[in-house]
Design a protein around this ligand. Structure first.
Ligand SMILES: [Zn+2]
Length: 160
């Protein structure tokens, strides 16, 4: 059966950027997801599955899958403006939040004497995502899986 918004899908995937694999499902271990609830998948991957069938292996590219790179999300600040516990090494990432409380990841991209430049863009922002996807199994979700918002049984939550 073809994948729809109400399917449980077992798949293997990898995400490459500029020809290098940056994320993948565990090698030799497929991932089982409930469509619409696959928060553990990288951006846009879930949408690419619709209409595909078990046994299919395909590649798909997604431009700016993590959004467009926004230069206004790069900020300079004084080192002393950061909590003492913040790791301000070049390349280090830390969690913070925007004005609305939404979690953000900031990366230290430049260090000068007293100043730190941080980039709030997702590390993959502005990149073309290249997905390699292998669909192993597709079945309709059961009613209580849809109610719970997760997969039951193999590859999913085992309730007692
Ligand atoms: Zn459940």
């Amino acid at each position: 059966m073809k994948i729809t918004s109400g399917s449980v899908v077992k798949l293997e995937w990898s995400l490459s950027i500029e020809g290098k694999i940056v994320e993948r499902s565990l090698v030799g271990e497929a991932q089982t997801i409930l469509m619409g609830q696959a928060k553990s998948l990288p951006a846009g991957l879930e949408g690419l599955l619709i209409g595909h069938d078990a046994g299919q292996e395909f590649t798909a590219t997604l431009e700016n899958g993590y959004g467009i790179y926004d230069p206004s999300k790069v900020h300079s600040a004084k080192k002393s403006d950061f909590p003492a516990s913040t790791n301000l090494e070049l390349g280090a990432s830390f969690y913070t939040q925007d004005e609305t409380g939404k979690p953000l990841v900031a990366r230290v991209v430049k260090l000068e004497q007293d100043n730190v430049t941080v980039d709030f863009n997702h590390p993959f922002a502005g990149k073309t995502l290249e997905y390699q996807i292998k669909v192993l199994h597709v079945r309709p979700a059961e009613k209580n899986e849809l109610e719970h918002g997760h997969v039951h049984g193999e590859g999913g939550v085992q309730h007692h």
